[in-house]
Design a protein around this ligand. Structure first.
Ligand SMILES: [Fe+2]
Ligand SMILES: [Fe+2]
Length: 247
């Protein structure tokens, strides 16, 4: 398994206000960052070494590279986002089973439910990433063969769900560590994606989901924000390693 003691990068300074749960909508961006803070966060990510990924994460990334290529395409990120929701769903399911059997212990049941709420917030945040990517891909008219971009991602997500679930039942730290690896990978990949597209600095972010997710000045800032979200997900999983299973 990986070294979870690696120091996590500092959070972006100034102008950082937790976005939190938006009223009447699912979790939007994980913080409201202005352009300067987003640029700082991206530079921090690029200057931070990747985690030493464990076997499960390395197999998953190799599989994705083999099927979708090593290049950073929006379609490949869409597959990443499809898979990204899965650990949160598996943790939620285990937590609901736990609640069912703990109704005689209200304090414990409350802690379990708090964890369900946190997982759902992260899952909702990943959902916005996915919807925004799907919107961009549709606008660009990029062809996506059904087998490669609908069937195979669901098969990968199903297998990843089972792995996350099993690791969580056996030892929650293992499942959190796998997710931290996944989120670290996503954080870095999005940060590099922005560097590969300087033209996105001038391209406005216009989306049917902007009110839900957050209003960003450009496509470059959108992907900087998503990268930052992935960092928050990673840090939450690393924190959970030290306070596992509903504590
Ligand atoms: Fe994501
Ligand atoms: Fe994430």
């Amino acid at each position: 398994m990986t070294d979870d003691r690696r120091p996590t990068p500092p959070r972006a300074p100034a102008a950082v206000r937790p976005a939190g749960m938006r009223s009447n909508s699912a979790q939007g961006a994980m913080a409201d960052l202005d352009h300067d803070a987003l640029v700082v966060a991206q530079r921090e990510t690029l200057a931070t070494p990747r985690r030493a990924y464990g076997l499960g994460a390395r197999v998953l990334f190799a599989l994705l590279d083999a099927i979708y290529g090593r290049g950073r395409t929006l379609s490949k990120f869409k597959v990443l986002e499809l898979v990204a929701r899965v650990p949160y769903q598996s943790w939620e399911q285990v937590a609901y089973i736990a609640i069912t059997h703990t109704h005689r212990r209200p304090d414990f049941a409350r802690r379990v439910f708090d964890q369900v709420t946190r997982s759902r917030g992260q899952e909702d945040n990943e959902q916005w990433h996915l919807l925004i990517l799907e919107e961009l891909i549709a606008a660009e008219g990029t062809p996506e063969p059904v087998l490669k971009f609908a069937v195979i991602p669901q098969v990968i997500a199903f297998a990843y769900y089972q792995l996350s679930w099993l690791l969580y039942v056996l030892r929650p730290q293992w499942s959190y560590r796998l997710n931290a690896d996944f989120e670290d990978h996503a954080e870095h990949e999005y940060a590099h994606l922005v560097d590969e597209h300087p033209e996105w600095e001038e391209r406005p972010f216009e989306s049917a989901f902007a009110d839900d997710y957050g209003r960003l000045a450009s496509l470059a800032d959108l992907f900087r924000q998503i990268s930052y979200d992935e960092r928050v997900h990673k840090e939450e999983s690393l924190e959970a390693i030290h306070a596992p299973r509903f504590s």
